[in-house]
Design a protein around this ligand. Structure first.
Ligand code: F7E
Length: 346
């Protein structure tokens, strides 16, 4: 049961308890939007990130599996949202190699379900946002001095990336064929204290803080020479809002334009925590020791290597910066510092 409050800005967010869903809800609540959040069915609803941001009781929750066509259509027809942000996804790239079926179901079928509902219910005024991803480009740019832009080809290298690319094309198809307002944000990696702990940035921060203060176990990582263009999720959800403010639907690249390796990220965190890290050995035998305590801080584990790797990615967001007037507030250093300080305070 839920109450529909008459407001101009009814907004439906899928993936409401994810990192981006939580920050987006916070952002829109501050702008007086009425937020409906779809939560997956299950005995215990998950809303821990919304609790952390203290917005859990400002959201109207709807329980629904995104691939259930009838339920979703029922909710959408009832609410008649002005905006739908589709942020729900199986977003862990490594897991997509192990379970491509589930990855496709959530990342593709759900998008088809929402778009079909919008087409059938003739909700033309509703604006739809799809969370596309830099992963769709794969290793298309070999020279890491070059920034990726919308003229580059898509060359996905994981089931996750393929599923997202399917949906990306689907959005364009619905936009062009049925005149729906459907936009995408091709977001490069974005992190924050709310990042899930299976992703490499949060995994490193959480582990090293535990090693520092709680005698936690050695960190095990995969390919530490992979590099990414990392921004802050709070800045990136602001770009989503701006994309939806545009008169015409379109696709936008959102990125910082700067590249850092996993090794570099690890070193920054280790040094911030006053370790004296030193790498020894090569390949799978490489380890990192703390020169003060002589303890091993990190070792390489084959387990975290992927069946196919995306080596580096750096995006050109100049169009978004110009057209949307989007400007990130966080620098890379400020984001890493915030992640570490929050982890220490927990
Ligand atoms: O990996 C390497 C790993 O899992 C980053 C998702 O939000 O961003 C994210 O995807 C890099 C990769 O993120 C470990 O091989 C080394 O090269 O943090 P990640 P991701 O795969 O880039 C894009 C834009 C999305 O759309 C995704 O949904 O770090 N790496 N050692 C490791 N990665 C993990 N997770 N764990 C390790 O131990």
């Amino acid at each position: 049961t839920y109450v529909v409050i008459a407001s101009f800005y009814e907004t439906l967010i899928t993936g409401i308890n994810g990192q981006d869903g939580a920050y987006l809800a916070q952002n829109l609540i501050q702008k007086n939007f009425k937020i409906f959040g779809i939560l997956r069915r299950g005995s215990t609803p998950k809303n821990e990130r919304l609790l952390k941001l203290k917005i859990h009781n400002k959201i109207e929750y709807l329980r629904c599996d995104l691939t259930e066509h009838q339920t979703l259509q029922y909710y959408i027809e009832k609410i008649k949202p002005n905006y739908i942000y589709n942020l729900a996804a199986q977003s862990f790239v490594q897991y997509s190699f192990e379970n491509p079926f589930n990855t496709f179901k959530v990342n593709f079928e759900a998008v088809l379900n929402i778009l079909e509902t919008l087409r059938k219910t003739n909700l033309k005024k509703c604006k739809f946002y799809q969370a596309s991803t830099s992963e769709m480009f794969g290793n298309v740019v070999k020279n890491n001095n070059k920034l990726i832009n919308l003229n580059n080809r898509f060359e996905p290298v994981s089931p996750y990336a393929v599923s997202k690319l399917f949906s990306h094309h689907l959005v364009k198809l619905y936009r062009d064929s049925y005149n729906l307002y459907a936009s995408t944000g091709i977001l490069f990696n974005h992190e924050s204290p709310l990042r899930g702990n299976e992703f490499v940035t949060k995994k490193i921060v959480e582990n090293l803080v535990n090693q520092k203060f709680k005698n936690g176990p050695v960190l095990q990582l995969g390919n530490i020479d992979a590099a990414r263009d990392w921004g802050h999720a709070k800045d990136y959800v602001e770009s989503m809002v701006k994309i939806m403010e545009q008169k015409k639907p379109d696709d936008y690249i959102i990125a910082s334009g700067k590249l850092h390796s996993v090794r570099e990220f690890f070193l920054i965190v280790a040094k911030y925590l006053d370790f004296q890290p030193k790498f020894i050995g090569k390949g799978f035998n490489e380890i990192c020791i703390d020169q003060i305590s002589k303890k091993v801080l990190m070792k390489i584990s084959k387990r975290y290597y992927r069946d196919n790797e995306l080596f580096n990615l750096k995006g050109d967001s100049s169009i978004a910066r110009k057209k949307l007037k989007w400007k990130p507030k966080y620098t890379f250093k400020k984001m890493v510092k915030e992640m570490i300080d929050t982890e220490i305070d927990q």
